[in-house]
Design a binder for this molecule. Structure first.
Ligand SMILES: [Zn+2]
Length: 574
């Protein structure tokens, strides 16, 4: 029985279950489950009923349920909506064609079969389509593929998946897992908006694996960010985060970090994919994950609700894709939402926010308050000729600048100090109206300076434009002084400054608790500057205290964090 502050689960897919059954490996599996549960607290196993056009028999599923029960593990169902590879010759992922009546009949049968056997099941993240068959081309008409596919998948979710499941089992809970590729859901039909109401719950793909050598361009921070985005899409309806050990053998910390970042978002459940992968080659990850689960279970009651700099990413939006992950690795704590956060003191917008057709009127209302608006250069570019000119006089040109020399902050007409990056970084050149707009951070080269951070005002608010380099990965190479300045701007509502070497992440909670996670491959030296003279920091892991020093009349706490480790710090009164 699970008595932890969150649940833990493993997904067991169809080929793996059928392999056990066909080769009569029940004792072998029993032995492995014994070992796994001895090393990690596992509360639940998701048993997949179907994948790739193949079913697991009722007899095998019942026997599997019994085996799990013997090992004190609950069970739930799982479905992957992929068809046999031969069905769709050109299909990269063997997903179904949702315009095809024959495929819809297959799906009907799969969900009915699963709902009869389980009171809860999760749909793995292949519930998408990139089909461009004759039927789909005809059905699409004048819509974009994203519009057609999101509408189609919503209809199929409602009229086939949910309706047919509830018809055979009115109590069944149907959970949809959304993939880790949050910036491109709509292009393949994933409709996050429907997830906010239609299903009994949603689930989050938090797989980040190896950001460099794998096909997806996902930074470690995305494991946290995507959880928060889906939690804010459907408060209390995000049932958990799902990661795997695929491509993680290069560094066991990568497995631990996916689990930590998933859970530190205050997840209800963590699911590891998959039992077969663990048994075949990744059992070494199990004790690591077991430790992470126990560690976070101890910490979780001490963490309040996650907070951060509001960032608005509308439903069905994309552009500057996955930039949030790179920003999060700079120590900017983002709190994403698909609903415009009119009450937020500071709002950070990337180009995806430009997908909201009413963004300018919302911003005009927002800027009536005493707020801080931070726009990326991508947003400014996307909104050129679309009404942004009325708010700010800043343009993104097609020209580029490369520099490794930067000026930071103001000192009369010059910069307060100058800093150098290890290599030149390439940015778009921004044009602005001098003295209507102030150049606060600049890249310096060839006797010229080019804006990196611009500041202006509109109504009662301050508006900043942050120039984003062509290559997001190079953000981490900006000089520490530049990053400290940007971070300070983003953190000003929290009366907090965090200085240190990127990449690292900051997680904030509403009970004066802060987590700093060092992602560098070396020990990092950090300073936390708090606008409160009468406090100290309690390290909640070691129960020790860090006392501050007054530096420039600010309470400054200096400490080190080892590579790929984190500190959980609580601000307590002296
Ligand atoms: Zn089709």
């Amino acid at each position: 029985m699970n008595t932890m502050n969150f649940s833990t689960a493993i997904f067991f897919n169809e080929p793996e279950i059928n392999y056990i059954s066909q080769h009569n490996l029940w004792d072998f599996l029993d032995e492995k489950l014994n070992w796994i549960t001895a090393h990690a607290p596992i509360a639940k196993i998701y048993l997949e009923t179907h994948r790739g056009g193949k079913y697991v028999s009722k007899e095998t599923l019942i026997r599997m349920k019994d085996l799990c029960k013997k090992n004190n593990i609950e069970t739930a169902g799982g479905i992957t909506l992929t068809t046999t590879p031969t069905n769709h010759d050109s299909d990269l992922f063997t997903t179904y064609c949702y315009s095809n009546p024959k495929d819809l009949e297959d799906i009907k049968a799969i969900v009915r079969y699963t709902a009869e056997l389980f009171d809860s099941y999760v749909i793995d993240d292949f519930f998408f389509t990139h089909c461009k068959c004759e039927l789909c081309i005809k059905g699409k008409k004048d819509l974009s593929w994203a519009e057609y596919r999101t509408q189609l998948l919503k209809k199929v979710s409602e009229e086939v998946v949910i309706k047919e499941s509830k018809a055979v089992n009115p109590n069944v809970q149907v959970i949809i897992k959304y993939p880790n590729w949050y910036d491109e859901y709509q292009q393949s039909g994933y409709n996050l908006e429907m997830g906010s109401t239609l299903f009994d719950g949603i689930y989050t793909g938090t797989e980040t694996r190896d950001p460099l050598h794998t096909q997806q361009n996902l930074q470690r921070y995305s494991s946290y960010f995507t959880m928060r985005y889906l939690e804010n899409t459907r408060p209390n309806g995000n049932m958990g985060g799902w990661f795997d050990t695929l491509d993680c053998s290069y560094n066991l910390n990568s497995v631990a970090e996916q689990a930590y970042l998933t859970l530190l978002s205050k997840a209800k459940e963590a699911t590891i994919y998959s039992l077969g992968t663990l048994i075949r080659e990744d059992l070494i990850s199990v004790p690591v994950l077991g430790y992470v689960f126990e560690h976070v279970d101890r910490l979780m009651p001490m963490l309040g609700s996650p907070i951060g700099v509001a960032t608005y990413k509308p439903f069905h939006s994309s552009s500057e894709n996955y930039l949030h992950g790179s920003l999060g690795m700079l120590g900017i704590p983002l709190e994403p939402t698909p609903y415009f956060p009119m009450e937020a003191n500071t709002l950070f917008l990337t180009a995806s926010a430009a997908c909201d057709k009413h963004i300018i009127s919302k911003l005009k209302d927002y800027l009536k308050g005493k707020h801080t608006l931070i726009l990326t250069s991508g947003f400014v570019k996307a909104m050129a000729q679309k009404g942004l000119d009325e708010l700010i006089d800043i343009k993104v040109t097609d020209s580029k600048i490369s520099s490794n020399h930067f000026g930071v902050g103001w000192y009369s007409c010059a910069y307060n100090h100058y800093a150098t990056s290890p290599e030149p970084i390439t940015f778009p050149i921004l044009e602005f109206a001098t003295n209507d707009t102030q150049n606060t951070i600049a890249a310096l080269t060839n006797n010229k300076s080019y804006p990196i951070l611009l500041q202006t005002n509109y109504h009662n608010s301050q508006v900043y434009v942050l120039n984003i380099p062509d290559e997001y990965g190079s953000l981490e190479k900006l000089p520490q002084d530049v990053l400290n300045y940007i971070r300070k701007l983003c953190l000003k509502d929290f009366k907090l400054e965090v200085n240190g070497p990127a990449p690292f992440s900051v997680f904030l909670y509403d009970n004066e608790t802060i987590i700093l996670y060092n992602f560098t491959d070396h020990v990092g030296e950090y300073s936390l500057i708090i606008d409160n003279n009468c406090c100290k920091l309690q390290d909640l892991d070691s129960n020790s205290f860090i006392t501050g020093d007054m530096v420039n009349s600010k309470n400054t706490f200096n400490f080190k964090i080892n590579s790929h480790r984190f500190k959980v710090l609580k601000i307590v009164s002296n």
